[in-house]
Every structure is written in C-alpha cells, then in structure tokens.
Design a protein. Sequence first.
Length: 405
Amino acid sequence: MAEAAIGYVLKKLADASLQKAQELHAVSGQIKQMQLQLGFIKAYLRDADSKGNRDESVKEWINQIRHMAHRIEDVIDTFLVEIEENHQKSSQWYSKIPVGLKRPYNNLKLSGELEEITLELKTIFQLRIDLGIKDLGAGSEENGQHQLSFRPTKPFAFDDSQVVGLEDDKRKIIEQLLDRIISRRMVLSIVGTGGLGKTTLAQKIYKSVNLEGQFDHLAWLSISQKFNLNDLFREILYSIKPEMRNQNPPLTDDDLPVNIESTLRDKRFLIILDDVWTTDLWEQMKIAIPDRNNMSRIIITSRFEDVANTADCNTEPYQLSYLNSNESLALLFRKAFQQPIQPENYPLDLLEVATRLTKKSGGLPLALVVLGGILSKRKRNYTAWRTMEETMDWHDEDGKKCSQN
C-alpha cells in the first residue's frame, strides 16, 4: 500500500532528523518541506486507492507515489550509512576539531537529491486535481509506522502494449535470447534512465508467447538499492520449485544456493533481475546459477551501464533510448484520445501545445502515458490543454524549470 509506504518514510525522516540533527542541519529545511508534501499526499491516498481499481491514470499516480517513497528511503539510508562509515574512519581525530569548524558530511550531494525529489513530489501532488482525487483523511498512523520496506516480486509497470518502440525492442531482445550460436549462460542487460520502460519491456519479454516452451524454468525478481541475498535466493527457489515454499522446517540460508544450483543444473532457464543498482549483486548471485552451455539466460534491468558490463563483459548492453518528437506525439495523442491517431489527423488546434508538452516530457514514455491519461479526461480543445501545461511544473533536458503556475 502506498499509504503505508508514505507513513514508513515519514517516520524514517523524523527519526533521521532527530538522530543526526547536526549532520542534516544544512538540509533540515528541505526535509521539513518534503515531510509536509508527503503529509499532504498521504491525505489523498484513500480516495486514490478507491479509484485506482477502475482508473489506470490514478493507478499510475499511486505507483509514482510508492516509487518516490522507496526513492526517499534509499537516499536517506544511503546517507546515514555514509555518515556512520565516515565517523568510524575519523573518530580518533574528528572529536578534537572545534564544533564550529566541523563541516556537514556530503550535504551538497544530499541537498541536490532532495531538491530533485521535492520538485517531483510537487508535480505529483498537483496531478491530483486533474485526476479528481479528494482528501479523505490521512488514515491511521498505525498502518504506516510498522510497515517495513517491501517491494513486490512482480512489480507494477504501466501496461501499454503499443508504447512506441517497445515492440521492436522486444523482438530484438528475444532474437538475441534465442540465438543458438551463444550456448553459454548469457547475461543481457537492458540499460536506460528511469521512465524509459525498462521494467515494462522486461515484462513483455517475460510474458511473450515466443518464449513459451523455450525454457524449463522462469523466475522474476525485483531488486532495489537495498537487497537481502538470501531473500532473493528464496524467491528463485520458490519460483522454480513452488513446493519448497511450504517445506517444514524451511531450508537454512546455507542450503539455498546448493538447492538452486542442483535444481537448475540440467535445466534451461530464464531469470530476470529487475532494477539492479550495484555491480556486486550478480557476483554474489552467480554462485547459485549454473552455466551448463545450454542457452540459459539472465536479463538485468538497470540505470547503470557499469552494472551491465560487470555482469557480462562479452554481451553488449541493450540501451533504451528516449522517444523522438514524432514518437512522443504519437504516444501522447493515442493516450489522450484512447485510440491510435495518424499524424495527418492530429487536431491542428492541439498540435502546438502537444508539441510543447512532449518536448517538456523529455521523451520519457512513462511521463507521456501518465500525461496522456490525464488529458483524456479533459476537453479536447486548446484552452483545456494549455491550462494543463500552465498548471504543471516541468523541466527541460538540462533539468531547469520551464514553466510554473
């Protein structure tokens, strides 16, 4: 639940502010602003949840909130770990420095990340008006305070079967997966910035009829900046041997890699690791993943090319690119009109403002899908679309603010 995730992050922000007041002093104003925004957003989540089951745009709005909560959690946790490591290294001499001369640890980097998150939260909050989401109360605190950071094995992604370019990307990757010339266990990475559709593309491949009967075992794992290796091993084992989920007593952590390796040893498998952030994940996991030269495959999605290169230096990462202007317009109009629109049929009175909106979206498919879903609920005239443009905070390719209400 997004409401529980928000509650958990609000508590984490409050605890961090109390425990590390000196280190976080320089960004305390940003943290307070973020807490205020999250509090406002949480008040609208009950109504959003009630609408989400029947409205894809609202469902995506909720998903973006959940994503931002996880992102804030990761940023704060990473910063707190860096503080502790820095203090351990410098404890002997740091205490001798006068308080007035001590510099806040790496606050410039944290400030930049918080500023980016704050701007995105503001945009998400403004979207509630267009989606017709109302304040039904912030909900019970007990629902949020004890909710641990958990990310589902099958992540939500915007389901848009005709997103421009993804079908062609899917075809190319499947051809590579089924290439019989490459018999070794190949690790193919899909790389690109957030919002390009890496997870969506991976899901399309995972569910493709072209792969039916090609692999003995399939497994999907959602990763994050923080991961527990044994939890990931259990997910793989339960995917390939569902009966192990109810084994009593359960396998010990030490038994997990051995059982996975023995189960996969003579089988052909496809394992997808979605949203990998660190280069060491695959190094730790591959001890349980055998290479029997039987065309078994691993797919990794990541924002970072070094993750791909470390996992398999012999396989070129598949780079997802931004949509060009024509592709962006096609996707925006199709979502706004709820059907494909040929370029020659684009409404002339909307073309100018649509072009500006697609430019400001930066060619990100996810941004265009959400934006088009909102526009589909508005009148199809220049005034309505122009109002949409004016009430949003946008950023150009350089990250600078383009317009503001």
